[in-house]
Design a protein around this ligand. Structure first.
Ligand code: CO8
Length: 259
């Protein structure tokens, strides 16, 4: 299948690599990209010779979040009735083979959430993670409020979600958000080495190990995600969401009115 917003390749005959490819928008995640990502993941899942997958971006950005220009005019009805996120962001949760995120540059908002949906994250030393949605008048909508506390503690998760600050790679490693940090020019080499190691094991055993770790990790996650989703949808009913996104797109400070 021909993709427009991602690039797909196979390494060492057994690792499926997906590169997010909307460079002008810093890999902002729109519907087309999330649909294509889902299709590529499912194709690698179905390919017997693939033992592990890698999702990566560019040096500057893994992904700078969900596409704000696509979301800016959403109403609550658009978000809720259109099942915004569930419709194409959750394919990755159904993938049973391991998926590694190789993150360099910005992983913000939905980009940070996408990285956290992967089984583990290997970060380049220039990686920056953040959940800046609050600046736009919304909250994380693809698992940020649920996966961050599990990954890095409630206190750090609150700090990230409430102040919108970015966390650098060293702090992300200290906090347990990423499994390792490597020099930028070694990111793909190290990630591929891990993916090739995994691909050398029994696929059944690998899937069982992934399933077991997720079992420990995911208790009650579905309730939390649904709760978060409905809150996220409801914020499209506020004027502050319109203001926050319009301000970003027009490169001006936001003037929130609590409406
Ligand atoms: N959406 C749309 N366009 C974007 C986004 C984005 N998230 N991020 C960057 N861009 C665009 C910019 O508008 C700019 O476009 P143009 O050249 O046409 O003006 C281009 O990418 C380059 O960006 P900058 O000029 O801003 O580059 P800088 O190096 O100065 O800054 C930053 C880089 C810091 C990453 C900055 O671009 C930024 O702050 N981006 C927005 C980050 C953000 O707020 N992310 C959260 C988005 S909301 C979200 O993810 C909600 C998730 C909910 C779940 C998913 C639902 C689908």
């Amino acid at each position: 299948m021909a993709y427009e917003t991602i690039e797909v390749r196979v390494e060492a005959d057994k690792v499926g690599v997906i590169t997010l490819n909307r460079p002008k928008q810093l890999n902002a995640l729109n519907d087309q990209l999330m649909n294509e990502l889902g299709e590529a993941l499912k194709a690698f899942e179905a390919d017997e010779k693939i033992g592990c997958m890698v999702i990566t971006g560019s040096e500057k950005a893994f992904a700078a979040g969900a596409d704000i220009s696509a979301m800016a005019k959403y109403s609550f009805a658009d978000a809720y009735r259109g099942d915004f996120i569930t419709r194409n962001w959750e394919t990755i949760r159904s993938i049973r083979k391991p998926v590694i995120a190789a993150v360099s540059g910005f992983a913000l908002g939905g980009g940070c959430e996408l990285a956290m949906m992967c089984d583990f994250i290997i970060a380049a030393d220039n990686a920056k993670f953040g959940q800046p949605e609050i600046k736009l008048g919304v909250i994380p909508g693809a698992g940020g409020t649920q996966r961050l506390p599990r990954a890095i503690s409630k206190s750090k998760a609150m700090d990230m979600c409430l102040t919108a600050r970015m966390m650098d790679a060293a702090e992300a490693e200290r906090s347990g958000l990423v499994s390792r940090v490597v020099p930028l020019d070694k990111l793909m080499e190290e990630t591929l080495a891990a993916a090739i190691t995994i691909s050398g094991f029994s696929q059944i055993t690998v899937m069982a190990a992934k399933e077991a770790v997720n079992r420990a990790y995911e208790g009650q996650l579905s309730d939390g995600l649904m709760f978060e989703r409905r809150l996220f949808h409801s914020l499209f009913a506020t004027q502050d969401q319109k203001e926050g996104m319009d301000a970003f797109l027009n490169k001006r400070p936001a003037n929130f009115t609590n409406q």
